[in-house]
Design a protein around this ligand. Structure first.
Ligand code: ZN
Length: 208
């Protein structure tokens, strides 16, 4: 009998605590308002927290999917351009399906592991794992929005005569030293001169 109880105790401890089942797991509805031409997702941090994912990762996803620029400001997410709460809710739901929900047992008790550049979703509840979908990287910059001192994501499209990688965004050519064609990078804009911009690499994101 003691063994049985101990076994039961162990089994219960293995059960995911709190937000254990999908039925009880509720993604907070986006609280959206507008500031000028920007969309503010007021409960961004709360949503990332509920999903138990890195806010930067969620933000990067949303920017890519919405095809805009933006940033995290404290607990808020700020997006250039106007997006409805429905549009944001759909993207967050898609993120949840792709990066949080176990496709085997449909529980959200999972974590992401990066192995040899492959991001894998591993389920804490059933042990299943799957690679997350490789998405086509999109340039995240809306028109005329690059600013000096800001960091953006770029895809290097060509190499200039002096060997610097060149990304194109709208009317701008952005020169990024130490990159080659196909590189995806995060780079900081050092200087904008007319339609030319000069950036410095902050992080390498891979190749496309
Ligand atoms: Zn599972």
């Amino acid at each position: 009998m003691d063994d049985y109880l101990e076994g039961l105790d162990r089994a219960l401890k293995k059960m995911p605590a709190g937000k254990g089942t999908h039925e009880r797991f509720v993604i907070p509805a986006p609280k959206v308002f507008y500031e000028g031409k920007a969309t503010v997702l007021d409960n961004f941090a709360g949503i990332a927290d509920t999903l138990n994912r890195d806010p930067d990762h969620l933000m990067k996803y949303l920017l890519q999917e919405l095809g805009t620029a933006g940033k995290i400001e404290g607990h808020r997410g700020v997006f250039q351009g106007k997006f409805t709460d429905d549009a944001l809710a759909r993207q967050i739901e898609a993120y949840f399906e792709e990066y949080v929900l176990c496709s085997e047992c449909r529980l959200p008790d999972t974590h992401l592991i990066k192995n040899d550049r492959v991001l894998t979703l591993t389920c804490d509840a059933c042990g299943a794992h799957r690679p997350v979908r490789k998405r086509k990287a999109k340039t995240i910059i809306a028109k005329d929005v690059i600013e000096e001192g800001q960091i953006y994501e770029f895809r290097v499209e060509s190499v200039g005569s002096k060997g610097d990688g060149i990304a194109k965004v709208d009317k701008y050519l952005i020169f990024i030293p130490s990159t080659t064609k196909g590189d995806m990078v995060k780079a900081k804009i050092k200087k904008i001169s007319g339609t030319l911009a000069f950036a410095e690499i902050v992080e390498r994101l891979g190749k496309v």
